[in-house]
Write a protein that binds this ligand. Structure first.
Ligand SMILES: Cc1cc2nc3c(=O)[nH]c(=O)nc-3n(C[C@H](O)[C@H](O)[C@H](O)COP(=O)(O)OP(=O)(O)OC[C@H]3O[C@@H](n4cnc5c(N)ncnc54)[C@H](O)[C@@H]3O)c2cc1C
Length: 506
């Protein structure tokens, strides 16, 4: 187990926050592109893996195919393309071992605040100790220094999932469970379960629980687009067999990136035919008399929100078998025995699962200061989706919301490493993006999901033109990040010796 010594020996060149898929990926790029740099990965929990370790609900799996959700530098070899959490965690642990990241991950340490010192050209990072040992008490805070912060802290609050205020919830005599806080010993065998929600979590849970429960009902207010996809990608698996893991994986990635792009663009450009095709696919997998138009007909267009994938049509299979069903309606109140809907329907339940989402939170809720002044994130603008205006030496890992998150993280890491190389060569010690205050801005994420909409006014903004856009397309990011300029009119590089007031942009 790595100790605090790695943190306290002196300024780290880079402090990576979070040992999820983003932080581990950043560790790889630092190891390979900047082997002489000192860095540590601070992880607030006692394990690596982030999302893929936190969620413990039955069936927890990816929505994305792992040929694109995996790292560019590490082939995904498992035959499952839509993979369950244990397989993703195995892959991440392999990545940790292959890059000897165990030597640099410090667990149970949470960054609670970071404060940039312009005079020292350093971040002062307040670290909260989440565990105890013979020399320290849980809750002790200590301060460490780092030249750069790379924040791989994900996008939601780990402490608490989102549950709306349901009227009468206190009357319900059964058990209410949120998927983010799944009791590992929850016994649902032979029980009546209602899952509230229609997102990726609900459509994963319902078929996964259906074989054990007496019955499971998915209760949704608004339907989502649900697409059946094979769990195994036979073409990719064949390519890996014939061409070898490395080449087969590289080709599978290109194939799937192209596939995702085509589907996304077609849905956005031709929403009506796309809607018809999805409806026909759903109807073909559902019983003949099933009310497809009530339960699988969202009021928005395909890809205005993320589509839900069901591997091998498992949700449809459970509905066909009669072990699962869907109700679409509004809740009037929870009752002693379940839920009463506005149309008078009563749903009996022993267990109610509130698959109602996440609380969006950036940077683990950390306080970000520059020379002691707290930065109002909503007044910052994202630069190339990697930095925020006015915050020096700070990189953030926010991936795609319309395709695999990781596709963007790899490109961000490449740009970040090129920036470090340039700064070493030119002996600059800091860089910040400077936004024109008159620049038009728009919300950081163009995404209609509830958890995004609830948080938009607290989030940074994006501009309307490159390099200030938060692009959601690999091809645009290849231009903006892989090939993008490291020096431009918006980047203010500085050297330690130059006082802040007199420093000029390069
Ligand atoms: C159930 C579920 C399924 C998903 N499926 C997909 C999918 O199929 N495809 C897809 O593209 N995306 C998916 N996502 C989104 C997913 O979260 C990301 O794709 C990806 O896992 C995020 O990785 P990350 O490393 O950036 O963040 P996370 O996985 O959230 O990891 C962040 C890490 O940072 C740590 N941390 C946070 N704050 C601090 C701090 N202040 N100090 C130190 N450590 C800190 C956390 O403990 C955590 O370990 C899913 C999300 C959920 C919730």
């Amino acid at each position: 187990m790595t100790t605090d010594a790695i943190l306290t020996e002196g300024p780290l060149d880079v402090l990576v926050l979070g040992a999820g898929i983003s932080g581990i990926g950043a560790g790889h790029y630092l190891r390979t592109e900047h082997p002489s740099k000192s860095f540590a990965i601070l992880e607030s929990r006692d394990v690596a893996g982030g999302t893929w370790n936190l969620f413990k609900y039955p069936g927890i799996r990816s929505d994305s195919d792992l040929n694109t959700f995996g790292y560019e530098f590490k082939p995904w070899r498992d035959p499952q393309a839509i993979a369950d959490a244990p397989r993703i965690l195995d892959y991440l642990h392999e990545a940790i071992t292959e890059d000897s990241l165990d030597d640099v991950i410090v667990y149970n340490r949470r960054a609670t605040s970071i404060d940039w010192s312009e005079a020292e050209q350093l971040w002062n990072v307040t670290v909260h100790r989440n565990d105890t040992d013979e020399d320290s008490e849980a809750g002790d805070d200590f301060v460490i220094t780092a030249r750069w912060i790379f924040s791989g802290t994900g996008y939601y609050n780990y402490a608490e999932g989102f549950t709306p205020e349901f009227p009468g919830i206190e009357k319900f005599t059964g058990q209410v469970v949120h998927p983010q806080h799944w009791p590992e010993d929850l016994d649902y065998a032979g029980k009546k379960v209602v899952v509230i929600g229609s997102g990726a979590t609900a459509v994963t849970l319902v078929p996964s629980m259906a074989d054990k429960t007496e019955h499971v009902t998915m209760l949704q207010r608004t339907p989502t687009y649900v697409i059946p996809l094979p769990r195994e990608d036979v073409v990719s698996n064949a390519m890996k067999k014939v061409l070898g893991a490395e080449r087969g994986y590289a080709l599978s990635r290109q194939k799937n990136i192209l596939q995702q792009k085509i589907v996304f663009n077609l849905c956005q450009r031709y929403p009506k035919p796309a809607r018809k095709i999805i409806r026909a696919t759903n109807a073909a997998q559902l019983p003949k008399d099933f009310d497809v138009d009530t339960h699988f007909n969202p009021p928005y267009n395909p890809w205005d929100q993320r589509l839900c994938v069901v591997p091998d049509g498992d949700l449809f299979k459970a509905i066909r078998k009669g072990t699962a069903s869907i109700e679409t309606g509004h809740i009037t109140t929870f009752t002693e025995n379940g839920i009463l809907l506005e149309d008078g329907t009563e749903l009996d339940a022993d267990i109610i699962v509130t698959a109602t989402g996440l609380n969006l939170q950036l940077f683990g809720g950390m306080d970000i200061k520059v020379d002691g002044q707290t930065v109002d994130l909503s007044s910052t603008v994202a630069y190339r989706g990697m930095m925020l205006s006015g915050i020096p030496n700070f990189a953030m890992a926010i991936g795609y919301t319309n395709s695999s998150w990781t596709l963007k993280i790899g490109l961000l890491c490449e740009y970040f490493c090129r920036m470090l190389t340039y700064m070493d060569a030119t002996e600059h010690t800091s860089v910040r993006a400077v936004a024109d205050p008159a620049m038009p801005t728009r919300p950081l994420l163009d995404f209609a999901a509830g958890y995004v909409q609830r948080a938009l006014d607290r989030l940074p903004k994006q501009g309307t033109q490159a390099p200030w856009t938060m692009t959601m397309a690999v091809s645009a990011d290849v231009k903006q990040l892989r090939k993008g300029d490291i020096v431009d009119e918006y980047l203010d590089y500085r050297r330690a010796a130059v006082p802040a007031e007199t420093a000029s942009a390069v």
